[in-house]
Design a protein around this ligand. Structure first.
Ligand SMILES: [Zn+2]
Length: 444
């Protein structure tokens, strides 16, 4: 293992590669690897640079690292920067390179976590090391958190810290974390390229539900119409085939309109057809829009039965439901209606949607930092389709933004492979993004 004191000499991209070499796979249900080792390494790197970081967490294995840097003006509300250190597991056979080797080649950093989100952890660490080296103090207090267990819901990371160590976040008003600020180049109707850096100001809510039913067990050769499993299947079927209505929140509307107009079009978002056409014109920027124009529900787990000739007395299914800001109660009422009297349902987890103030001085500062390095950047607000640790911090009243900036790659390549195979991130995106992040954190 290279010594932490070499960290200061590494670029953000090289630091990202170094962090990838810690296999921090999070297998869920409390099983993880490597979070203690990566936390120790980050802790030692920060100490070597003269900081006083702390290792925190419910057990030594589920370690997170936290550090508060005092700002010049301590009367200003503080900002939290959070980056998770765990990653999702890999299927090595699907990869063309070893997933935890931390290779840099062909202008990419390769490996699990290169995009989600050891890139942001590395950019944040690089910023802190630069500050230490150059004697720079940020304008306001910055709380930096390298946090465990995001990929399995944060029970041993963000959620634990919020419940057990809330004093670490004293005075924090806003936070930045993953999924936002990435450069997306798009070609206009007249053939020019425009660069968009959507910053997340909202997240859909995560409602994980369980539908279950009980009945009489019996012999498979004596059909019982409407037995427990059939009722659960029927309820899931009603939920799965329900057409959730189009619901454009202000954020999603502005996201689609800003990008589509900048591409030289005149979006008409007054009906489903106009929205579909506008989203198609957004190309890769349309993916997140598509996931956030309505609520969604997907059956992901079903448990019932022990043997083919036995009618089970009990059946259950689990569904992943995502709701837009402002729709939670409506979605719950629809689920009640769809499940009906045939089965029961309850929450396995209920994480409400979150929204951060927009427009706001926080958002302006992020846009300014991006535009300082890319004067033609267009920075629209965005709603995330999934969820992050921002939801846990929101319970302390902290407004979460998705801002982990990635600059443009000169060959137009983009990060890819998140949660899949051959995850990789262009070196230029990470090193350029780190400059944007550093400028924001210093001046905000
Ligand atoms: Zn992530």
């Amino acid at each position: 293992m290279s010594q932490p004191n070499t960290a200061q000499r590494l670029s953000a991209a090289e630091l990202c590669a170094r962090l990838i070499r810690f296999d921090t796979s999070n297998y869920g249900e409390g099983h993880s690897a490597g979070e203690r080792d990566i936390a120790s390494w980050i802790h030692a790197s920060l100490k070597h640079a003269g900081y006083a970081p702390q290792i925190v967490g419910p057990t030594p294995a589920r370690a997170s690292v936290v550090l508060r840097i005092n700002g010049k003006d301590r009367s200003l509300p503080a900002l939290l920067v959070h980056a998770h250190t765990d990653v999702v597991p890999v299927e090595p056979s699907q990869w063309s390179v070893p997933a935890f080797a931390g290779h840099i080649s062909d202008g990419y950093v390769w490996g699990r976590g290169a995009v989600d989100m050891k890139d942001m952890a590395a950019m944040t660490l690089k910023t802190l090391l630069n500050w230490a080296e150059n004697g720079i103090q940020p304008r306001r207090d910055i709380v930096v958190l390298f946090v465990a267990d995001e990929e399995s819901g944060g029970e041993f990371g963000a959620t634990w810290l919020v419940a057990n160590r809330p004093e670490l976040f004293a005075g924090v008003e806003a936070a930045i974390g993953e999924s936002g600020g990435e450069a997306i180049p798009l070609v206009t109707s007249s053939g020019e390229t425009r660069r968009f850096y959507p910053v997340a100001t909202a997240e859909r809510g995560t409602l994980q539900i369980r539908i279950h039913a009980t009945g009489k067990a019996g012999h498979g050769s004596r059909p019982q119409p409407g037995h427990a499993l059939q009722r659960v299947i029927a309820a899931c079927d009603r939920v799965n085939s329900y057409e959730w209505p189009l619901h454009l929140t202000g954020t999603v509307r502005e996201y689609i309109e800003t990008i589509d107009r900048a591409l030289g079009n005149s979006p008409d978002l007054s009906d489903e057809e106009g929205v579909t056409l506008a989203i198609q014109r957004l190309g890769p920027a349309g993916e997140v829009a598509l996931a956030t124009t309505r609520c969604t529900a997907t059956t992901t787990v079903i448990n019932a039965g022990v043997k083919v000739n036995v009618i089970p007395s009990h059946a259950e299914a689990q569904l992943d439901v995502r709701c837009l800001p402002g729709t939670e109660n409506e979605v719950i009422a629809v689920l009640d209606q769809l499940v009906g009297d045939d089965a029961e349902w309850e929450f396995l987890a209920k994480h409400s949607p979150v929204s951060a103030p927009y427009p706001s001085s926080w958002f302006d500062a992020m846009r300014d930092a991006i535009q300082f390095y890319d004067s033609e950047a267009i920075v629209p607000p965005m709603c995330m389709g999934g969820g992050t640790d921002a939801k846990a911090f929101a319970t302390l009243g902290i407004s979460g933004y998705g801002f982990a900036p990635l600059a443009i790659d000169s060959e137009g390549r983009r990060p890819s492979g998140m949660h899949g195979a051959d995850e990789r991130n262009p070196v230029e995106c990470i090193n350029g993004g780190q400059k944007m992040l550093e400028r924001f954190l210093t001046r905000v």
